[in-house]
Write a protein that binds this ligand. Sequence first.
Ligand code: MTE
Length: 319
Amino acid sequence: MGELDREVTPPEVYFNRRSFLRAGIVAATTAGTALAYRRLNGVELQSVERPPIPNLTRPAAPGFIAQGEALTPKDSIVNYNNFYEFTTNKDGVAAAAAGFDTTGWRVEVGGLCAKPRVLDLDDLRRVSPPEERIYRMRCVEAWSMVIPWVGYSLGKLLALVEPLGSAKYVAFQTLFDPSRMPNQKTDAVLDWPYVEGLRLDEAMHPLAILATGLYGQELPPQDGAPVRLVVPWKYGFKGIKSIVKITLVDKEPPTTWNKSAPDEYGFYANVNPNHDHPRWSQATEQRIGESGRRKTLMFNGYGDQVASLYAGMDLDVHF
Ligand code: MTE
């Protein structure tokens, strides 16, 4: 999504080009076959086993479990990532982040609230029982996956700190530690730390979750260990990883990709097939592991639940 050509090229084209350049004979026509291609070309796939998360429940609420969708294989979810703190190569994040140490992690929740708190990972786990949420994930680069996250509604954590009436937005921040996140040694990649934001009513929507796992296990580093945001009706870049700070604020907070390219990435970033990225169409997407392209759904298919949050707003202005 940045300046690098491979970040803006649809994944099937990217993999085709790489196979053409590097082997010349491997006809990788979809991102799914790209995994086979990588095996052939010696880019090691990381197979990931993390500690299981006990006492998982599956909520019955509509929309919490994507209906009629095949799960994206775990191998794809943990080997095809965006995490610019480690590398801008999607297939290199798993290796680059493999040793990321989250011991002693703390998340500071504060700002405009009555009961600010600092939570360690046990505190975070105690906020609410872990739920499996099977969500579509649509990246702004026009690829998508279906991911069985483990987490709970962000609103449960926010309720604990008792937001004041003056709180209108929630700001999120990723860890800043160049000794553990190598690309933070330079500001040529992005402005660090990675920051994101939501309007408070968006953050309180039950679909927005804090995720601590996927496929029933603790999050691997490449997917945002130990805790990340998932907002399924928005483009994937809103899903800030490895969060250390959550702050209730009264004004729209800055967001990393909007600061980097304001004409290309807005604050809202709601999935919208009718609002093209200036450099590519958003009408269709490549579901990782499938051949052909799917039509992209308004609000990524979650419109029944979230469209009312944007009633009366011009979505071409507030993109
Ligand atoms: N969070 C941080 N801190 N740094 C990042 O580079 N990339 C974002 C988002 N969260 C990113 C981040 C983008 S562009 C996407 S599409 C998703 O993470 C990708 O999540 P995944 O790798 O788990 O699929």
